[in-house]
Design a protein around this ligand. Structure first.
Ligand SMILES: [Zn+2]
Length: 65
C-alpha cells in the first residue's frame, strides 16, 4: 500500500490557493477542493482544482508505506 502524506515538519505548512479561482486547495494539513492529484518522479505533486480544472503545484511528497 502507499499513501499521500505531507512531509513531516514541525512548522505549519503554508496554505495553497488556486491562482486562477482562489479556491483553497490545501489548508496546511489537508488537501481539499481538488478532483485529481498527480505525482511526478521529481517529487512534484500537482492537484487539479475542482472549480476551474487548473493544475496547481502543492507542497506534498509521495510516501510509500
Ligand atoms: Zn481553481
Amino acid at each position: 500500500m502507499a499513501a499521500l502524506a505531507p512531509v513531516p515538519q514541525a512548522e505549519a505548512r503554508p496554505e495553497v490557493r488556486c491562482p486562477t479561482c482562489r479556491s483553497k486547495l490545501f489548508d496546511g494539513l489537508v488537501i481539499k477542493g481538488v478532483t485529481v492529484i498527480r505525482i511526478w518522479q521529481s517529487s512534484v505533486t500537482e492537484a487539479k482544482c475542482k472549480q476551474c480544472k487548473e493544475w496547481v503545484t502543492v507542497p506534498l511528497t509521495y510516501t510509500a508505506l
